[in-house]
Structure formats: C-alpha cells, structure tokens
Design a binder for this molecule. Sequence first.
Ligand SMILES: Cc1ncc(COP(=O)(O)O)c(C=O)c1O
Length: 407
Amino acid sequence: MLSEPPTTKMFKNIITTLRGEAGFRYIAKAREMTRVGLKVINFGVGQPDVPTFQHIVDEAKKALDSGFTGYTETSGIPELRAAISEYLNSRYGSDVKADEVIVTPGAKPAIFLAIASYIEPGDEVIIPEPSFPAYPEIVRFLGAKPIYVPLKWINEDRGFEIDLNTIESAITSKTKMIVINNPHNPTGTVFSPKQIEDIYRIAAEHRLLILADEIYDNFLYDGEKLKSFISFADWRDYLLYVNGFSKTFSMTGWRLGYLVARSEVVSKMTRLAVNIWSCATSFVQRAGVAALKGSWKTVEDMIKLFERRRNVAVKKLKEIRGIKVYPSKGTFYLFPYIGDILRVVGMSSEQFVENLIGRKHVVVLPGTVFPDKAGAEFIRISFALNEDKIIEGIERFKSFVEELMRG
Ligand SMILES: Cc1ncc(COP(=O)(O)O)c(C=O)c1O
C-alpha cells in the first residue's frame, strides 16, 4: 500500500494546532440553528449590527462605476494613507506621516504583518490574557512563544486591572514584544492613561516593541477617554500601531485596516505584504477615505446607541443571582463573572455555554476561547444587537441559570 500522499503527509502540524476564532464557529452554529427554524439570540458576534453607513456604501459604488477596480499601491492609495494619518493626528495629537501608514485587508493582516516582521522562532511575546486569540496564534505559528500575563478581576465596580509587576517580571532575555489591545476585547476594559504610560515606560526601559491594537478606539462609554500609544512623542522607536475600519464604520466584511510604523519599516514590510495580498481592495480603499473624511455623526449615533444597550444589558444581567458584571467602558462586549454558578452546578464555562445554546438558543462565548485559562470563569456577551433581543436573550439566560441552580 502506498504511504500517505504528500498533500497529507507534509502538511505542517503547527497549522492543525492553531485555534480558530470561536466567534466564527458560534456564528455558523447560530446560522444553522436559525435555518432549521429556531429563534436564536446571538450574543456571540463581534461586529456592529448596523449596516455600513450609506455615504461609505455610495462611495464604493461610485468607485466601482468609475472603473476603479485594479491593483493599487501595496501600501494603500495615497488619499487613504493621508486620511488615516490626519485622523490619528487630529484625534491623538500625533505627527504620523502618510508614508508611515500601510493599508491592509483588515486589522488582522496588520497584526500578522507586525508580528511576522519581527518575531523569530524562540522569541517570547508578552500578551495580557484574556486576549483576542489572533496574537498568540500568529506568535505560535512563527515558532515563538506567547507569554500570558493574566489580567486581574477585581470586582463589579472596577472590572479587570493590569498588574505592571507581572508584566515586568514576565520579561526575559527572549522577550521582544508586548501586545496591548485597548479598549480591550473581551473584557471591555479601557486601560488608564497612567497604565498606558507605565507600560510604555517598561517597554522603553527594556528596549521592547509594543504592538498596540486600538481597533475599538471609538467605542468608549461614560465619557471615557483613550490614551493612545500613538500619542507618545518617540512612538517611532517602539510602536507598531494597528487600527481599522471594521468596527468604527461597521465594515467587518469589507476588510480594511492599517498598520502604522516608522517609514523605513513600513517600506520594508511592503515587501512581505506584496507577496501575500498585493494590496487592499481598490474600491474599498476609496470607501475608507469617505468614511474618515465624511460626517462622523453616524459613528457618534452608533456609540450612543451602544451605550444605551450596554446599560440595558448590565441592568438585566444584574437581575441574575450569582453573576457579577462590570459595565464595560469600551468595546461592545461584557465579560461577566459566572465562577460561583459554575462551581455550584459543576460545569466548565464551555459546558455552561453549550447547555445554554442547546436549551435556550442563546449564544454567548465561553471565556476560555480568549484563548486559555484566565477567562475560565467568565463568558463574553456582545451587546451589538437590538434592545428587544438583549432583553429577551438575558431573560432566557436568567431562566436557564435558575433552572440549573434548582438542579
Ligand atoms: C481586538 C481585535 N483586533 C482585531 C480584530 C480584527 O479586525 P478585522 O476584522 O479588521 O481584521 C478584532 C475583531 O474582532 C478584534 O477584536
């Protein structure tokens, strides 16, 4: 008998070990359940539920109609690179130049580009956990090691905090990079300006890179302000800055993001980008210019809407005995603590979630998909869905918990 064919035999094992983004798995499950006629309420999604704003859609149509459909510059069309630098400078008082921006097909490719451009086998990358899973998986793919530093759950009023001593003590001679996502998926934390300054100082003292992912920078509540890493005067020495259009402009399926780094680094990274994706989609880039330069009222209205939804979701969740919920200051996620309930009913967070989906058709994500242990006693709930659904979903959730607790 012939041995396994090369296509099977030679496949790189590391790829089969990569964990997918659970959100996608649960979206597929929710879709399938809806298809067979179940009334699913899906708190798993990581995208705004509002359609992409009309002026952005119109600009994409215009670009298509005018035949703007070919390849563009790998680093992005000049108008978009300029618009991105203007956005960052006017918002954060920075001094980013257009040639320090590389436009990517989504924020994830920007994350990949940043990590792949620096990280070599054996390197260590410090990642606060819970974490968006793409960072550690890309690090592992490159043969390097994610070093998780757990965020500390304090209580319902303070939420999660980052312990700078744990970050500092995780640094070894192999450490190259610290990844900071702010506002933070999945916990909804907005790190304070002081914490951001301290992290920056630690990185600078140890001559480390910072990969800052600020894709939720517009999703801020209760008047919260964001201290952006791009606002540091010497950012060019330490920073790889990621942001994108997916969340702010509800453009997840359009695939448009960007990376900011010092100009000579950007031009070197272009060599990797051109060999993988050539460029971001041409007409989507035009739409990106319209998004940044058009009226921001649609974005502001969406954030106000999300703040109201957050309030409703928090109020309803607080009615459930045993759950502790911190009202997120940023993103559109809540990350309630359910550890006491899990202990009483003897379930893991995955079992809890599977049962909730099976019995009540309510989809939430288990904290363990972010992506290891720190989230084991939590679940992630997205409030990017309408108020009626939020209320009904949490009521079903409440009855599920009550039934579980009654045994
Ligand atoms: C923290 C974080 N970074 C990056 C992304 C990916 O963004 P994009 O869809 O633009 O690739 C997400 C999406 O969920 C995210 O939560």
